[in-house]
Write a protein that binds this ligand. Structure first.
Ligand code: PAF
Length: 288
C-alpha cells in the first residue's frame, strides 16, 4: 500500500532520504482514479524510483457554478487502486494545508496560451492549475512529473511554466487512454447517462475522420471544421470549441496544414458538453 500523507511537512520529511540517490516522480491528480491515471503511474515508474501521486480537488481551478462540490472524492478506492500499480506515496492535503488563504493572493499566470480553447469558457481555470501545480512542484520537488495528453492545453501550459520558472523537472506527456469504443477516459465520464455514454465516442470518431480529411483533401480547413461542428451538434453535443492548432498551440489560426511551406505537427482539439459532462479530446498529427 502507498503511504498517505496529508501534511506538506510530513511528505517532505518522508521524501528527504531519497533525494540524493534516487529519482522522484510526481503524478498530480484530482483523484477518482481510472485506468488513465494508473497508466500515468506506470509511466512514472519507468522514469523514477519513487512515485508520489497527489490527490487534491483544487478549488482554485473551478469556476462559479462548476462541479467543485460534486466532483467525486473517493480517496480509499483511489489508494487501493494505486497499490495495484505500486505507487509509493499519496499526498492528499486538505484545502487549508494547500491554501492558508483562499483565494491565494499570489497568482501564477501563463499569459496568452491560457486565453484560447478551454480558457475562453473557463477564464480562471488555468490560473488555478498554474498555482496548484507550482505548489505541488515546490512541495514534492520531483525529478519528473507525468501529465495526460488528454488535457493537451494544460500540458502545454505546464511545459511553459517549467521553462519560464526554471523548474528542474522533466515533464512527460502520457498518451490518452481510451475505452474499447474510443472514448477518452475521464473522471467526468460518470456524469453521462447510459444513452449519452453510447453517443460519447462520436467525438473521437469525428476527430479521426477530420484528421484524415485535413490530410487528404484540398478543401478549406474552415469548411471541414464547419461540417464537423454540424455533425457533432446534430448528434446532441453542445460544442465549446473544435479547432486546429499547431502542436505548441502558439499559432492562433493554423490554416495551411496541407501547404508544404507549413509542415509542422498539428493537433485537432475539441471540448463539448454532452448532458452534464464536458468532454475533452484531441488528435495529434506528427508530420515532422
Ligand atoms: O489534470 C488534473 O487532474 C488537474 O488539473 C491537476 C493537474 C491535477 C491540477 O489540479
Amino acid at each position: 500500500m502507498p503511504t498517505i500523507h496529508h501534511y506538506i511537512s510530513d511528505l517532505r520529511a518522508a521524501l528527504q532520504p531519497y533525494r540524493t540517490a534516487q529519482r522522484i516522480a510526481l503524478v498530480p491528480t484530482m483523484g477518482n482514479l481510472h485506468d488513465g491515471h494508473l497508466e500515468l503511474v506506470n509511466i512514472a515508474k519507468r522514469h523514477a524510483d519513487i512515485v508520489v501521486v497527489s490527490i487534491f480537488v483544487n478549488p482554485t481551478q473551478f469556476g462559479v457554478g462548476e462541479d467543485f462540490d460534486s466532483y467525486p472524492r473517493t480517496l480509499d478506492d483511489d489508494v487501493a487502486k494505486l497499490a495495484t500499480v505500486g505507487a509509493d506515496y499519496v499526498f492528499a492535503p486538505t484545502i487549508d494545508e494547500m491554501y492558508p488563504i483562499l483565494p491565494p493572493p499570489t497568482s501564477v499566470r501563463a499569459g496568452e496560451i491560457t486565453s484560447q480553447l478551454c480558457g475562453q469558457s473557463r477564464p480562471h481555470h488555468f490560473d488555478g492549475v498554474g498555482i496548484v501545480v507550482s505548489k505541488l512542484f515546490n512541495i514534492v520537488q520531483p525529478d519528473v512529473a507525468v501529465f495526460g495528453q488528454k488535457d493537451y492545453q494544460q500540458l502545454a501550459i505546464i511545459k511553459q511554466l517549467v521553462r519560464d520558472l526554471s523548474y528542474q523537472i522533466e515533464i512527460v506527456g502520457a498518451p490518452i487512454i481510451r475505452a474499447a469504443d474510443g472514448l477518452a477516459l475521464s473522471s467526468r465520464n460518470q456524469y453521462l447517462s447510459e444513452s449519452e455514454r453510447q453517443k460519447a465516442p462520436i467525438l473521437q470518431q469525428e476527430l479521426q475522420y477530420l484528421a484524415k480529411q485535413i490530410g487528404d483533401t484540398q478543401q478549406p480547413l474552415e469548411a471541414l471544421l464547419a461540417a464537423s461542428r454540424e455533425r457533432i451538434t446534430n448528434a446532441g453535443f453542445i460544442i465549446d470549441y473544435l479547432e486546429v492548432k499547431n502542436a505548441e498551440l502558439t499559432a492562433v489560426d493554423y490554416k495551411e496544414i496541407n501547404s508544404s511551406a507549413h509542415k509542422q505537427d498539428w493537433v485537432i482539439l475539441v471540448a463539448a458538453w454532452l448532458g452534464r459532462a464536458r468532454l475533452l479530446d484531441n488528435h495529434l498529427v506528427m508530420v515532422s
